[in-house]
Design a protein around this ligand. Structure first.
Ligand code: FE2
Ligand code: FE2
Length: 135
């Protein structure tokens, strides 16, 4: 999997959301390290499940914050989360091979999620700042 690193370009300015995004990168690093060390595949699947559970928990927290402050693009934002959650569930419900898991990690975790933070989540942070809202 491509190495993906945290950068301040990913900051939204909403502390709770940023802390969760940073933690996500930490888990991702642990996961990549475990893979590079040639971990037992069952252990890798456990780590992968933890990572995916964390992403879904983060979606719920982020949505709760957006709902609380009355974010106007809330519906569109949660639709994006829902599509991603479904992609995760569909991929893993189909009992993927290791190659399919690898492909999913490259396309979803390294690209979709980082794009989402950079565009959609940051748009929320900018809206918060413009409207003088805080949580
Ligand atoms: Fe997020
Ligand atoms: Fe989001």
């Amino acid at each position: 999997m491509e190495t993906v690193n945290w950068t301040d370009a990913l900051l939204t300015g909403v502390d709770e959301i940023d802390a969760e995004h940073r933690y996500y990168f930490e888990i991702l690093h642990r996961f990549n390290k475990a893979r590079a060390d040639g971990f037992d595949p069952r252990r890798l699947r456990t780590l992968l499940n933890d990572l995916l559970a964390y992403i879904e928990m983060h979606f719920r927290n982020e949505e709760a914050i957006m709902r609380e402050v009355g974010y106007p693009a809330f519906e569109r934002h949660i639709a994006g989360h829902a599509r991603a959650a479904k992609a995760i569930q569909d991929t893993f419900a189909a009992d993927p091979t290791d190659a399919q898991v690898h492909e999913f990690l490259n396309s979803f975790l390294s690209r979709w999620l980082i794009n989402h933070i950079q565009s959609e989540d940051r748009a929320f942070g900018e809206w918060m700042e413009r409207s003088g809202k805080s949580v």
